[in-house]
Design a protein around this ligand. Structure first.
Ligand SMILES: Cc1ncc(C[n+]2csc(CCOP(=O)(O)OP(=O)(O)O)c2C)c(N)n1
Ligand code: SF4
Length: 277
């Protein structure tokens, strides 16, 4: 990551905006916001050297609540925006935040290619296995038997395993956290940001309104019994048999990040002229 030398000591509060979050009381995303600001303080980055980019969803509101640069973009396009920004401004530390619907449904294709490109970005998905903002539709990570008014009897569909897909697509760092432990999540974000290339952190963040059953996650999560591996085949075997509740850094690859050389681009007027001929 293109971090700059810390110029002053920062506290987590220095990265909080004065916009009050509108999440439901008890939503896991409050803790993820706190994890982000703690991580920024630990990284010692001046707010103006950070950009937080998101799509649309409850979780995608994060940029409004941080006082770094930010862009609350369009649904499923956070990684496309962040890729363009990082390529144009490699001096910025670019963080991407969003939900499982944003990242794996409408944004699924961008997720695959962001992993494949391995640009130096830190992508944090607040996975609540539901579309919270639009009132409870199943997402790609929803359990097949989750019965709800909008999916009576469950979808019956096999859920997506984002960590396995990230690994197969080329992500260079893969971790899972739980919002119930914001300090541990902050550490994962710090480690992800320091690791070169595309880092993917899934944070299990309960939607207490549409998935009150997820309050049980605090009893189900546990530290991964193994330390992170750099061996993709070994990581694949572990992730394929993962119970979905293992927390920690699960894969740390050594692929060199992609950073295209910046070239002087043609002006719009020149491009228009070229198209007309
Ligand atoms: C192009 C487009 N399609 C659909 C929507 C409606 N929409 C807004 S947020 C959302 C899903 C949000 O779910 P998720 O990303 O899981 O975030 P959460 O709200 O659970 O944090 C959808 C379908 C939209 N805003 N734009
Ligand atoms: S609907 Fe769910 S995800 Fe959205 S703010 Fe409420 S608890 Fe959080």
């Amino acid at each position: 990551m293109n971090t700059v030398a810390p110029q002053a000591a920062y506290a987590a509060r220095d990265y909080k905006s004065d916009v009050k979050p509108v999440w439901c009381p008890g939503c896991g995303d409050y803790s993820v916001l706190s994890a982000f600001t703690k991580a920024f303080a630990e990284l010692g980055l001046p707010p103006e050297r950070i950009a937080v980019i998101s799509g649309i969803g409850c979780s995608s509101r994060i940029p409004a609540y941080t006082n770094t640069y930010g862009f609350h973009g369009i649904h499923g396009r956070a990684l496309a925006l962040a890729t363009g920004l990082k390529v144009a401004r490699p001096d910025l530390s670019v963080f991407v935040a969003g939900g499982d619907g944003d990242g794996f449904s409408i944004g699924g294709n961008h997720f695959l290619h962001a992993c494949r490109r391995n640009i130096d970005l830190t992508y944090v998905v607040m996975d609540n296995r539901v579309y919270g903002m639009t009132k409870g539709q199943p997402s790609p990570t929803t359990e097949p038997d989750w019965d709800s008014a909008l999916s009576p009897g469950g979808t019956g569909l096999r859920p997506f395993n984002p960590l396995v897909i990230a690994l197969a697509s080329g992500a260079n760092f893969i971790a899972r956290g739980f919002s119930g432990d914001p300090n541990a999540c902050a550490q994962l974000i710090v480690e992800a940001a320091r690791h070169p290339g595309f880092s993917f952190v899934e944070i299990m963040s309960p939607c207490v309104t549409f998935r009150p059953d997820q309050r049980n996650w605090k009893e189900m999560v546990h530290d991964a019994p193994v330390t992170a591996t750099a061996d993709a085949a070994k990581a694949a075997r572990r992730l394929m048999t993962d119970d979905g509740f293992n927390l920690g850094v699960l894969y740390k690859g050594d692929r060199a990040p992609y950073q295209p050389e910046l070239k002087e681009s043609a002006s719009i007027a020149d491009l228009e002229k070229a198209f007309q001929t």
